[in-house]
Design a protein around this ligand. Structure first.
Ligand SMILES: Nc1ncnc2c1ncn2[C@@H]1O[C@H](COP(=O)(O)OP(=O)(O)OP(=O)(O)O)[C@@H](O)[C@H]1O
Ligand SMILES: [Mn+2]
Length: 491
């Protein structure tokens, strides 16, 4: 009873989505919307709301409303949070310079080279710029950010002005530039949707899949993380939109016509960039994924962190975590995992990776500006969704060894396991909005079914943790989470 009255009821239906104020952008054009990482310290869940066996937090799915809409209007996806303070935005817009103070060398774009003239004020900022300006310490974009749709729309349809190879990384990637200076990272289709990764291939030699990049973005958003830059599918014309516009001579030299008349290319990279592994249009149309580029490193540096549960990337060696069941105790004492929310942030990423069976998370990145107290970027998801017939329990080892999970994540996972939302159903629906869904569903049915199966495994793992805490019942366990979460100030 004490806890019942002490906490506000998180499961009351939201007062519409009005908790987010779309009508009142601040001076920078930022919208005041909840940020998930701040969300829950003041929201409490007690036994009445969480329940011992069932979950009483689901709102009814009204007839006619899609499961995805119902999910995103659920209170767990609409947790109000205070406005983001000035220093918690990634980028700052410089105050306007008076005309008289402007340098005579002001840069003016030359719109003859295919780019648009740029005179951006708050109202006509292109979606990619709005996306950059709305990145905060807590998330890449807000839950109901109205800018994501137009952003994806532009990536999927805008004319390509330039296409060059992206340096770094092991497999072929291109950076595409659009007339409004927006940029996207392209990964080409290398595998048919129903193909499973060859069992004899090690995870580090697996192909990258364009549909995995797309599906990972949708999954990350459905999990309520918003830590993957938006990705959209597109059919590109490899001649008109790559070969003809590229200034990258090394790339241009790798184009050829296959024996059946398809146009192919392979680029330069350390893996699979050879005639034998060329990507080919049909005859020129090629499926690709386009991920919006993050702000340039000169504007927002990023820090790269080695995963403590990194695989050995060797055919013979085992990593320490594979042989030491107590490995997490050491990690918990090691900065930055010893403070704040880094460990539960990491576990969030582990859950995402287990669901999509991504074994390739050797590193993750954060924005340097925010220090240790910020969300983790889930970049590079191309090796996910390789197999549906097999799960990879080793991906879940950090959850098993640490027995920690962010409370809001756990609650959302439980929601997604319920029939009225059902992870596979909301994923199918979300992916059906991608332009490439008209060519073929982005994830085949067995892959969608695997999501539900793996979600059940995650929830079972959490239950086992609860049981392992000897003498501690479920309700106490939840309170422990709550305390831990409050101590971490977020979730
Ligand atoms: N949306 C993005 N915007 C800006 N930079 C990005 C984006 N996505 C990825 N990157 C950067 O590009 C690098 C290479 O991308 P990615 O990891 O997807 O390619 P890869 O070929 O799989 O690389 P690797 O073989 O190293 O895993 C990443 O390490 C990351 O720093
Ligand atoms: Mn990779």
């Amino acid at each position: 009873l004490v806890s019942f009255s002490a906490y506000q009821q998180p499961c009351d239906p939201p007062t519409g989505t009005k908790q987010m104020d779309f009508s009142n952008p601040d001076a920078k054009g930022h919208l005041h919307m909840p940020s998930p990482s701040q969300e829950t310290s003041k929201v409490g869940f007690d036994d009445q709301t969480v329940g011992r066996h069932g979950v009483s937090m689901a709102g009814p799915v009204e007839s006619g409303r899609s499961k995805l809409e119902a999910l995103f209007s659920h209170p767990l996806y609409n947790i109000p949070s205070p406005p983001v303070s000035e220093e918690d935005w990634l980028l700052k817009v410089k105050p306007k310079v008076k005309v008289s103070e402007r340098s005579s060398q002001i840069w003016v774009s030359d719109n003859q080279d295919g780019y648009e003239d740029t005179q951006w004020t708050g109202d006509n900022q292109p979606p990619w710029l709005r996306f950059h300006l709305n990145i905060s310490r807590w998330q890449l974009y807000a839950p109901h950010d109205p800018n994501i749709e137009p952003l994806l729309q532009q990536l999927a349809t805008h004319r390509v002005v330039s296409a060059v190879q992206k340096s770094g990384g092991t497999q072929l990637k291109l950076v595409m530039t659009f007339p409004n200076y927006g940029q996207a990272m392209l990964k080409p289709m290398k595998q048919e949707r129903d193909e499973e990764t060859n069992y004899n291939l090690y995870y580090f030699s697996d192909f990258e899949r364009h549909n995995a990049e797309i599906a990972a973005f949708h999954l990350d958003r459905i999990l309520g993380y918003r830590r993957i830059p938006p990705v959209v599918g597109r059919l590109v014309d490899v001649v008109k939109e790559i070969k003809d516009v590229t200034t990258d001579r090394k790339l241009a030299r790798t184009f050829f016509t296959s024996p059946v008349g398809n146009v192919c290319f392979y680029g330069l990279c350390s893996y699979y960039c050879s005639t034998e592994h060329a990507v080919c249009g049909r005859p020129t149309a090629l499926e690709v994924s386009l991920a919006v580029m993050l702000p340039d490193l000169s504007l927002a540096t990023r820090r790269t962190w080695r995963s403590p549960w990194r695989r050995s990337y060797s055919r013979s060696k085992l990593a320490k975590w594979e042989t030491d069941p107590d490995y997490c105790s050491a990690v918990k004492k090691t900065p930055p995992y010893d403070k704040g929310t880094r460990l539960v942030d990491f576990i969030d990423m582990v859950i995402l990776d287990f669901l999509m069976s991504n074994m390739d998370r050797h590193h993750y990145e954060t924005f340097e500006k925010f220090g240790n107290n910020t969300f983790l970027l889930h970049l590079d998801n191309g090796r996910a969704f390789g197999r549906h017939s097999k799960d990879e329990p080793s991906i879940l080892v950090p959850l098993e060894q640490c027995c920690r999970i962010r409370r809001s994540t756990w609650l959302r996972l439980r929601l997604l396991s319920q029939a009225q939302y059902q992870l596979s159903d909301v994923m199918r629906e979300s992916l059906s909005h991608d332009p490439l869904a008209s060519v073929a569903p982005l994830l085949s049915e067995p892959h969608l079914a695997a999501l539900d199966r793996r979600l059940a495994t995650v929830l079972q793992t959490v239950s086992r943790c609860q049981e392992r805490q000897t003498g501690v019942g479920v309700s106490d366990f939840i309170k422990i989470c709550l305390l831990q979460n409050q101590a971490g100030s977020q979730h």
